[in-house]
Design a protein around this ligand. Structure first.
Ligand code: WTA
Length: 668
């Protein structure tokens, strides 16, 4: 089955879906679930938005809010206004009376070293790190950029920054020096946090190297780079020059032992963090999340959707460098006082049973991963998990549509046929789950994300913005018609772009009536006749590569910088494992011969500008790109070619023979 889809010239969104059967949640699961009363759906519908107080009440507020939602200036919605709270207090301090000795973070290094950080230890380390930030001059509202891999120093730094009211901006460790430099500049960070290195497939990766280079590339000039060390000392291959802005975290920590730093009471609307993500135009944008609404939303969805209990051992195998890790490794689970697992390394190191070995060893109850990972486990074969004695009660998938075959495999071979699966649809911008089942209340349906989270109002619009009747099974643009507490506040420093990217398409932007504002998700979806929502994938120029979001514009502008390249266009190719992979179509300057050298430079440019995870599947050198008479590149035709499909409508092209020539070159 493929999820390939296009929006054709006529604006129709096609999908090929097959009907699936339903799976009942197992009675043992239902018997212990956090939500078993289906009135929650009605409550949120009848009492919207006031019902969201139930979410906020899961937190400990320093001051209670006056108003649940201020929607007087759409789309700049404000949640729980007048309320004050601190995010690190929710994740750490409030658990001390009841569970200071319980493990908060269970970290495993790739070599098998385990660190169990109890809530009391986490409290100590977060306070000490907060004191480190203060000492190097971080003040409330300063944005701290972090470029950290999966080591305990990452969540500790995030919580420490939150403690003193400094928003963090964590940049996934796989991003290149250039990508880091761009994000440091955009956020205007004076303080950066990184580490000497980490382990991946047995090898020590020098990570400081990227920060060194980012400092050269950045236009701004950060004053301090706080450097963690992966082991007790700086790695022998890594050094610091005396005139560098680097400061060893361990050195500053020396006189901070046992200090306490008061958590700053932040306004509910004060920003908690930025998460840069790819959009349809230009550079990645800083998705800005608020403190109160975000914390309320991720805490509630962790409890109701992920069914987390404090006594659980919960493991999400995502990287904290992406939104999933922020919401559902760090803030949501810790806010609920559970044990959250973090693993440093590769799932197949030193063998393909690594994850299941850990699940057995730590007796993991809830496991959360991506469809890409499930497809990989499937490829490795069911004999691998069968060798381990683990027992999950709950499984999650996130990040892409999951094909029913993969869903069924996950259900049977990882869930043992008696775990629930929630397929969670959401985005960096939404902060938390929007479409997914409350697992004890709804039957599972492979391939469908399920129903909307209570209070969330999705709809399907055609390309002209007309609403398609609910539950008619027609594909269209997925939109959300009402605000929710976890939504982004804005694009950092760029309100105009926030409106352009998410609202303009389907809203009356001159209106101050919230009814006239509609959030465009950028995904295609189907509202099926039985009320289940099925997500088809991105409709805009954003690709989902192995669960990582990439903008075609970013890839194209990286390639355009290669000296011999005249023009480049990117098309997504369906991939059985990664979902989508980028194919790059390139025209070269006069007199340049296509060959390995240019190809290497094209690939190298993508790795340098974005990171190795964005490496293209193919680089095709072509004579000409298909263009409309007005000169617009028709990426849709390239996508048809990459996916071995019939060429779509070519009548609007300047030269209709171009795609046929390319097709012959690629498909023959
Ligand atoms: C896709 C990740 C189908 C979708 C949390 C969305 C999904 C993009 C699902 C956001 C799902 C996420 N089923 N597609 N359950 N979850 N997506 O910002 O295309 O990295 O727009 O956030 O991933 O990716 P992002």
């Amino acid at each position: 089955m493929t999820n390939h889809h296009t929006t054709g010239d006529g604006g129709s969104i096609e999908s090929r879906l097959t009907e699936q059967e339903y799976f009942r949640p197992p009675p043992e699961f239902v018997g212990q679930a956090n939500v078993t009363d289906s009135s929650i759906y009605d409550r949120f519908e009848e009492n919207w938005p006031a019902a969201y107080e139930e979410f906020a009440e899961l937190l400990d507020w320093a001051e209670r809010w006056d108003q649940v939602l201020d929607d007087s200036n759409p789309p700049f919605y404000e949640w729980f206004t007048g309320g004050k709270l601190n995010a690190s207090y929710q994740a750490v301090d409030r658990h001390l009376p009841e569970r200071k000795d319980q493990t908060a973070i269970l970290w495993e290094g790739e070599h098998g070293t385990t660190e169990r950080i109890a809530y009391q230890d986490l409290y100590r380390r977060v306070n000490e790190m907060a004191a480190v930030f203060r000492e190097v001059g971080v003040a409330e509202d300063d944005i701290v950029t972090m470029h950290m891999p999966m080591v305990p120093g990452l969540p500790i730094s995030m919580l420490a920054a939150a403690r003193i009211g400094a928003p963090h901006s964590e940049v996934f460790a796989g991003f290149s020096a250039q990508a880091l430099a761009d994000r440091i500049d955009d956020a205007g960070s004076d303080v950066v946090v990184t580490i000497d290195g980490y382990y991946r497939r047995g090898e020590f990766l020098d990570h400081k190297e990227k920060a060194d280079k980012a400092l050269e590339l950045a236009e701004s000039d950060p004053e301090t780079v706080l450097l963690f060390t992966r082991e007790d000392e700086l790695h022998e291959d890594v050094s610091i020059d005396s005139d560098d802005p680097y400061v060893l975290v361990d050195e500053v920590l020396q006189d901070k032992q046992g200090v306490s730093v008061e958590p700053v009471a932040r306004d509910a609307e004060d920003p908690l963090f930025l998460m840069y993500t790819s959009g349809t135009t230009g550079q990645p944008k800083g998705t800005q999340h608020r403190t109160g609404g975000y914390m309320a939303y991720v805490t509630a969805t962790s409890k109701y959707v992920l069914d987390i209990e404090p006594a659980d051992t919960y493991w999400c195998s995502a990287d904290i460098g992406w939104i999933t890790g922020h919401s559902y490794i760090v803030y949501g689970p810790l806010s609920l006082g559970t044990t959250t697992v973090m693993y440093e390394g590769a799932p197949d190191f030193p063998h393909k049973g690594r994850l299941w070995e850990m699940a057995e060893k730590y007796d993991v109850d809830i496991f959360h991963t991506s469809p890409t990972a499930v497809r990989m486990f499937m490829k490795w074969g069911e004999e691998i998990p069968r060798q381990y004695d683990f027992d999950f009660r709950h499984l999650t998938t996130v990040g892409e549509p999951i094909q029913p075959e993969a869903w069924l495999w996950y259900y049977e071979h990882i869930g043992g046929g008696d775990a629930v699966i929630v397929d969670t649809w959401w985005q960096t911008e939404t902060g938390g789950h929007l479409i997914t089942n409350l697992p004890a209340l709804k039957d599972m349906k492979p391939g469908s994300a399920g129903f909307a989270v209570p209070g969330i109002e999705p709809a399907i619009l055609d390309d002209q913005g007309n609403e398609i009747d609910p539950a008619t099974g027609q594909a269209g643009n997925l939109v959300i018609t009402k605000p929710w507490p976890g939504m982004l506040q804005t694009v950092y420093g760029n309100d105009e772009r926030f409106i352009d990217e998410y609202w303009r398409a389907f809203s009356d932007t001159s209106s101050d009536d919230p009814e006239d504002w509609v959030y465009r998700a950028g995904d295609g979806a189907v509202h099926e006749r039985d009320g289940y929502w099925r997500i088809l994938g991105r409709l805009d120029d954003v690709m989902n590569v192995a669960g990582h979001r990439l903008g075609t514009m970013e890839l194209e502008s990286a390639v355009a910088e290669v000296s011999d390249v005249a023009e480049a266009a990117v098309a997504g190719r369906d991939d059985p494992e990664k979902g989508t992979v980028p194919d790059i179509y390139v025209t070269l300057r006069e007199g340049v011969d296509p060959g390995e050298d240019v190809r290497d430079r094209v690939v190298g440019a993508i790795e340098a500008e974005i990171g190795t995870f964005a490496r293209p599947a193919n680089v095709w050198f072509v004579d000409e790109l298909p263009k409309t008479r007005s000169g617009k590149i028709m990426r849709r035709l390239l996508e048809d070619i990459s996916n071995d499909e019939q060429l779509g409508n070519t009548t609007t092209l300047r030269d209709p023979s171009v795609p046929e020539d390319i097709r012959r070159q690629v498909q023959d």
